[in-house]
Structures are given as structure tokens and as C-alpha cells.
Design a binder for this molecule. Structure first.
Ligand SMILES: Cc1cc2nc3c(=O)[nH]c(=O)nc-3n(C[C@H](O)[C@H](O)[C@H](O)COP(=O)(O)OP(=O)(O)OC[C@H]3O[C@@H](n4cnc5c(N)ncnc54)[C@H](O)[C@@H]3O)c2cc1C
Length: 390
């Protein structure tokens, strides 16, 4: 088949790699002038790892990323209220935290090596659905094809989203990992005060061989406060961070300019219909959520794999698209619901939810089934999304 994919992000590149490998003629269109993502780090969960192994690039992920065994969240006074250990699911289960650009590089290479064509500076603004062509901002159109894949992310022009932006986002910056400061090189560490003040530090491996391990540092910030933050001298902001988390000082030393940070805003939304004729939405264009649970990239990878599997198993394209939705629908619904429930506990103006969190999370986590449940929730394996794929 001839397949056009809008968006060379995580979902688009993974889909391109799978589909080009299966022998389809694939062209990916992205608006960015150069193939390079902005941002910091993310966690490839066991679900996402399974997809990358299926693409035969799992070893590249392990080589570039940092193994995460634990998510460790504490209150300002050092009391642990979040303790997720992947080994509750088995000693060989872990997360891999990786620089977004490193994951992008791995997927880009996989797609290009499989024979997918990738065109930059192609901003998709719509589609001629009858002839299955993307329409670009300069008025040109892609070649007619058999299938259009919308992997354009949160701001896809194909899905109407109203008032789905979340009020809190986060500043993200990269710094050398502060090895000597008692931070575990295999844990995501976080500190919280209420639900509107929090910071985190996560090892994210290296961009190049021989480089010092990097860390992603993040700080919760209300979208309405971003402009004021830009006007605040950085040392004043650092003082605020240090009041919450004095141990973060060595990582903060690396930051001398506001420009070292990217401000990421989040949204929560699920498209009403993942398939419209021969246009299919995958990744954030289908289901966007706050990164609180660390699932978005993994859901995007699962979508890409499920779509390629469905097209492999069904000769009829419409039947394949229906099968793709069937495979992914329940997992998407489940994680969108969990994310919707948990986000206000960690990022909101609520006083009650974080107070309950700080009081109840630790005693609740002592129930015998909780370590496994929490680990499965974070690993992305609740609902068994790999059941029909492996
Ligand atoms: C700060 C932050 C931290 C996160 N942390 C995690 C984490 O730890 N774990 C996790 O799993 N997920 C995480 N996520 C979520 C994850 O990054 C997304 O869910 C994932 O990137 C979605 O992949 P995607 O391919 O659907 O979209 P994207 O990766 O956003 O890719 C979309 C692509 O489409 C292109 N594009 C957009 N519009 C157009 C257009 N009109 N025309 C042409 N091209 C266009 C963009 O340039 C981009 O290349 C995080 C997100 C953020 C913002």
C-alpha cells in the first residue's frame, strides 16, 4: 500500500518503521524544519520497550537510556509517599529513562533504514479525504494513497479539542546527573508540596557514547505563571526550589539562563473516533494526557505496533482499521481514566487531594496487592495491552 503519515514524532516514526519494513510505500511529513525534537526526558515503560524490541532497536534504547528501578516521591520533610518498584512485577522488569532526542534518533534511523521517506517543512493543515491526500500549508498536497495516518500529536488539525488544556505544566531542563549527591542513578526522585509545587530529577542516559550521564530536571508551573517566571531572576527561582529540595542544588547549579528550560503544557483529551474512513489517528492525536503517569510515548508506540499488526493480519484495510481500534480501545480508555483521576492529585490547586495523598498514600501502599498494582499501572501493563501483539 501507499501510506502517508503526518508527524515524525514517536507514533509517526514507529509506524513508519513497522509499515515500511512490512513492504508498504511510506512517506512521513513533518512541519519541523529539521528532524530534531525539543524537550527533555521520558520513560520508556516495559510496554514501549516491547515495541522497540519488535522493531529490533531495543538494544539501542538500553545503550542510550538509563535503567529505572524505582519511582521515589517524597514530601518536603522527606516522608516517602510514592514508592513504585518495577521489580514487584519481576526482577527483569524496569523502566528506561531516555533523552527525547535520543529516542527520536533511534526511531528516525529505524524508519529511514526500513525505507520510509521523511519530508521536513511539510505543515499539514487538512486532508482531501476522498483522494486520501494531506493538504499542506503551502497549498500543495501529498500523493494520493491508500491510508492516511494522523500522528500529528496533541495539536493535530484533524481533532477538535475545546478547553482540554490543563492548568499546570512543567519547566524541563537537562543537567549532568549529580552522581555524588546521594541521588540514585536508577530512580526518578520527586519532591512535593501540596499539588502545585513539585520538582523531579530523573537520569536520562547519554546522547553520545562516552558522555556523562544526563538528568532531566522538572518543576511544576501553572501555565498562567510562565510569563512571570520568565521575568523573575533565575537565582530567585532557584531559592524557591532549594527551599523545597535542598539536595537539588548541584543540578540547579548547571542552570544559568531561562533559555535552558522548555515549558511544556499538557492537555487531556480523547478523540471521539480514532478512525474516519481511511484516516486513522494514533498517539497523542487520538489520546492526549498529562505525563504524570509516564504513558504517552508508550501508548504512541503501542498504537503504531497495533496498527501495523492489524494491517498485516487483515487484507481489507477497513477491517484492519476496525481491528486496530478493537485492540487498543480498552487500554486507551483505562489509562485515560487513570490519568484523569490522578493528575489533580499531583498537579492542581486542590488542597484537599494532596492532603489526603500525603496522609493515605503510604499506609495504603502497605496492602499486599499494592506494590504489584502500582508497578503494573506505571509499567503500562494494566489491561494487558501486549496480549494480542506479541
Ligand atoms: C514534558 C513532557 C514529558 C513527558 N514525559 C513522558 C514520559 O515520561 N513517558 C511517556 O510515555 N510520555 C511522556 N510524555 C508524553 C509523550 O511525549 C507524548 O505522549 C508522545 O510524544 C506522543 O507521541 P506522538 O507521536 O503522538 O506526538 P509527538 O511526539 O508530539 O509528535 C508529533 C509530531 O508531529 C509534528 N507536527 C505537529 N503538527 C504538525 C503539522 N500540522 N504538520 C506537520 N507536522 C506536525 C511535530 O513536529 C511532531 O514531530 C511527556 C510529554 C511531555 C510534554
Amino acid at each position: 500500500m501507499r501510506i502517508a503519515i503526518g508527524g515524525a514524532g514517536i507514533a509517526g516514526l514507529a509506524a513508519a518503521a513497522f509499515l515500511a519494513r512490512a513492504g508498504h510505500r511510506v512517506c512521513v511529513y513533518d512541519k519541523a524544519p529539521q528532524a530534531a525534537p525539543v524537550g527533555s526526558g521520558l520513560i520508556v515503560q516495559p510496554t514501549g520497550q516491547a515495541v522497540l524490541h519488535a522493531l529490533a532497536v531495543g538494544h539501542d534504547l538500553i545503550a542510550r537510556g538509563a535503567r529505572l528501578d524505582r519511582l521515589d516521591g517524597r514530601t518536603e520533610d522527606g516522608r516517602r509517599i510514592l514508592d513504585v518498584r518495577y521489580d514487584a512485577l519481576g526482577s527483569d522488569i524496569f523502566g528506561v529513562a531516555i533523552h527525547r532526542a535520543a529516542l527520536f534518533g533511534i526511531l528516525y534511523k529505524a524508519a529511514a533504514n526500513a525505507g520510509a521517506e521523511i519530508q521536513q517543512r511539510r505543515a499539514v493543515i487538512g486532508a482531501d479525504l476522498e483522494n486520501r491526500r494531506f493538504v499542506f500549508a503551502d497549498g500543495e498536497k501529498s500523493e494520493p494513497c491508500d491510508l492516511l495516518i494522523d500522528a500529528l500529536g496533541l495539536r493535530t488539525p484533524f481533532v477538535e479539542r475545546n478547553n482540554c488544556g490543563l492548568s499546570y505544566g512543567a519547566l524541563w531542563g537537562n543537567a549532568p546527573f549529580p552522581v555524588s549527591q546521594g541521588f540514585s542513578a536508577n530512580a526518578l526522585s520527586q519532591r512535593y508540596r501540596d499539588a502545585n509545587v513539585s520538582a523531579g530529577l530523573m537520569p536520562i542516559g547519554t546522547m553520545m557514547e562516552g558522555e556523562q550521564t544526563q538528568a532531566a530536571f522538572f518543576w511544576t508551573l501553572g501555565a498562567k505563571h510562565y510569563d512571570a517566571w520568565l521575568m523573575t531572576p533565575l537565582h530567585r527561582w532557584k531559592d524557591k526550589v532549594l527551599k523545597l529540595w535542598p539536595e537539588a542544588a548541584p543540578a540547579l547549579d548547571h542552570f544559568i539562563d531561562h533559555e535552558q528550560f522548555v515549558f511544556a503544557t499538557y492537555a487531556h483529551h480523547t478523540a471521539a473516533a480514532p478512525v474516519e474512513g481511511r484516516l486513522v489517528h494514533i498517539g497523542d492525536s487520538w489520546h492526549a494526557a498529562s505525563p504524570q503517569l509516564g504513558q504517552g510515548a508508550n501508548m504512541a508506540l503501542l498504537d503504531a505496533w497495533a496498527l501495523s499488526k492489524a494491517l498485516e493480519r487483515h487484507e481489507d484495510v477497513d477491517a484492519a482499521l476496525a481491528a486496530f481500534v478493537e485492540t487498543r480501545r480498552n487500554h486507551v480508555k483505562l489509562y485515560q481514566a487513570i490519568s484523569w483521576l490522578f493528575t489533580p492529585v499531583y498537579q492542581s490547586d486542590s488542597k484537599i487531594l494532596p492532603a489526603l495523598r500525603d496522609k493515605l498514600a503510604e499506609p495504603l501502599s502497605r496492602f499486599w496487592f499494592m506494590p504489584k498494582l502500582l508497578a503494573a499501572m506505571v509499567a503500562g501493563t494494566l489491561g494487558r495491552p501486549l496480549k494480542e501483539l506479541q
